[in-house]
Design a protein around this ligand. Structure first.
Ligand SMILES: Nc1ncnc2c1ncn2[C@@H]1O[C@H](COP(=O)(O)OP(=O)(O)OP(=O)(O)O)[C@@H](O)[C@H]1O
Ligand SMILES: [Mg+2]
Length: 542
């Protein structure tokens, strides 16, 4: 067991960690914190949901003096929502030290950001596009930066941020510490590391698996046109606490979330065609539980940490195994259990095997629930809802008089069954037609041959330390700070307080900071190992 006190952290930082409910360090934190505190450059790699943010956040916070009034630390993340989420965690970690941090991202009024910069934050957390924008306007200077963190470094490469990162890092003094983090480290990350890191230490928590082991992974072979009804059956049979459903394109996500709403599910969609305000609203609803299903493009695949996500459903298979790993990693976080379902059409079976090969994990085949299984699940939920309501006496009281009158006239079973039918709604039969998507095809990639070198990844055995007992090796949060608590905004769980929106599109302008791209008239340069034209077009739709 690694307590945080063992790292020799100052009391203010220890207090912050304890207020966040962290009792012991996760494996990546145990390994990375001492290396980072020693001032070394580092490539940090561990499975999704294992606390990489605090693994770089704690040493970063420890290095900065509260009296500092220059920007001394810079964290870059590929999407707006990640930038906000990371900044919230940094804010919490630095709270008792009195440190100031600021998230800088596209889609938000730049003059507001400029005003906030006058507070003299020591730590900037930003997306590369908007950062460059501020640098060009001279509203951000990087001359005094001592620490740089690249979170989800491989994704930033994939999105074609290499040039932007290069331009930004040229402005940071060479005498700096650079840390690079992700759950996946394709071999091409070496290129980035060679350029920007000095004798980096590769800190990784050994595991055979690329994906987190606390996630039960299933797939269902299904025809494209059967997917929607199949999804409804799944949701009915195994009602999630919270679920994220990934669709391939913006259109797909819009159609799917609309369809689900018509069928009476509490859901909404998140994709790059929405305004930042709309995205904020959707995320807020998902976090506070007013919707329990988030339908999203890959914009929600990386880094999102929402408490209580029990299910991830790949309505469409992702193009890349990395994307699969990150998508399903939205559940099974911080040692919790999670379930993922992937819909696979007949022509995509090869692609599924490719994903299995890269992630070194067999994805178990399951049959779609039958109609009666789905119905049974649905009825169980209805019964639970009724029982729950029965327990809230004051709410039921006003209905008792009518209930008694009805009972005098009708049979009680008939009455209850009728009430359940009403509660169930009559939307289940609404016919929903989605525009069909083409099957995903497996793409052989340049770095595939390097897979074993590039991909040994992940943190050791989430199950071992993630069980419910919290015994030896556990790193669960302390009492009263559990992940459910945090959903109400009282806890810490990675950004519950401020709503945040999606980062936009994969491979298109909305992904990060459309502003700077439009101005510069540039298109994103994508990593050539992935850059086929058709794929690019595919993702522009997201
Ligand atoms: N030491 C700890 N004890 C308990 N919970 C922790 C600890 N460290 C982090 N957490 C919680 O674990 C969750 C996941 O952390 P985080 O988002 O940093 O994971 P990650 O490794 O960055 O995942 P991803 O690869 O998906 O970005 C968060 O809710 C965080 O608050
Ligand atoms: Mg992360």
């Amino acid at each position: 067991m690694n307590t945080f006190a063992e790292f020799g952290l100052e009391p203010d930082v220890l207090q912050a960690i304890s207020e966040m409910g962290f009792e012991e360090a996760t494996p990546i934190q145990a390994k990375a914190i001492p290396v980072a505190i020693a001032g070394k450059d580092m490539i940090g790699q561990a499975q999704t949901g294992t606390g990489k943010t605090a693994a770089f956040g704690i040493p970063l916070i420890s290095k900065i003096a509260a009296s500092e009034d220059r920007i001394v630390a810079l964290i870059m993340a590929p999407t707006r929502e990640l930038a906000i989420q990371v900044s919230e965690e940094i804010e919490k970690l630095g709270r008792f030290k009195g440190l100031r941090s600021l998230a800088i991202y596209g889609g938000q009024d730049i003059s507001r950001q400029i005003r906030s910069l006058r507070r003299k934050p020591q730590i900037i957390i930003g997306t590369p596009g908007r950062l460059l924008d501020h640098i060009n306007r001279k509203t951000i200077r990087l001359d005094d930066v001592q620490t740089v963190v690249l979170d989800e470094a491989d994704e930033m490469l994939d999105m074609g941020f290499m040039e932007d990162i290069q331009s930004i890092l040229k402005l940071v003094p060479e005498e700096r510490q650079t840390l690079l983090f992700s759950a996946t480290m394709p071999a091409n990350i070496q290129k980035l590391a060679q350029q920007f890191l000095r004798e980096p230490e590769h800190v990784k928590v050994e595991s055979k698996l690329l994906s987190a082991p606390s996630i039960q992974q299933y797939y269902v072979e299904i025809q494209e046109r059967m997917k929607f009804d199949g999804l409804c059956r799944l949701l009915d049979m195994e009602p999630p606490e919270l679920a994220i459903i990934f669709g391939r394109t913006k259109r797909r996500v819009a159609e799917l979330s609309e369809g689900l709403m018509k069928r009476g599910y509490a859901c909404d969609g998140l994709h790059g065609d929405l305004s930042q305000n709309q995205r904020d609203a959707v995320m807020r609803k998902f976090r506070d539980g007013s919707i329990d299903i988030l339908v999203a493009t890959d914009v929600a695949a990386r880094g999102l940490d929402v408490s209580g996500v029990t299910h991830v459903i790949n309505f469409d298979l992702p193009q890349d195994p990395e994307s699969y790993v990150h998508r399903i990693g939205r559940t099974g976080r911080a040692g919790k259990e999670g379930t993922s379902w992937s819909f696979v059409t007949h022509r995509e079976i090869d692609h599924l095997h490719f994903i299995e090969k890269v992630t070194r994990h067999r994805i178990a085949k399951k049959m779609l629930p039958t109609l009666s299984e789905a119905m049974e699940g649905k009825q169980k939920v209805l019964a639970e809802r009724i029982m729950e309501t029965v327990r809230t006496e004051e709410e039921v009281n006003p209905f008792k008089w009518v209930a008694m009158q009805l009972l005098e006239q009708y049979d009680s079973v008939e009455l209850l069954a009728a009430a359940m039918k009403l509660l169930n709604g009559d939307k289940k039969d609404v016919n929903i037609e989605l525009t069909p998507e083409d099957p995903v095809r497996s793409k052989k990639r340049k770095f595939e041959g390097n897979r074993s070198g590039g991909y040994s990844s992940g943190s050791g055995g989430g199950r071992r330390y993630g069980g419910s007992s919290g015994g030896q090796g556990s790193w669960r949060q302390g009492q009263g700070q559990g992940r459910n608590d945090s959903r109400g905004g009282s806890g810490y769980g990675g950004g519950q307080r401020k709503p945040y929106g999606g980062g936009g599109n994969r491979y298109n302008n909305n992904r990060d900071d459309s502003g700077y791209r439009d101005r510069g008239g540039r298109t994103e340069r994508r990593d050539d190992s992935r850059g086929s034209r058709s794929q690019n077009e595919d993702f522009v739709k997201i």
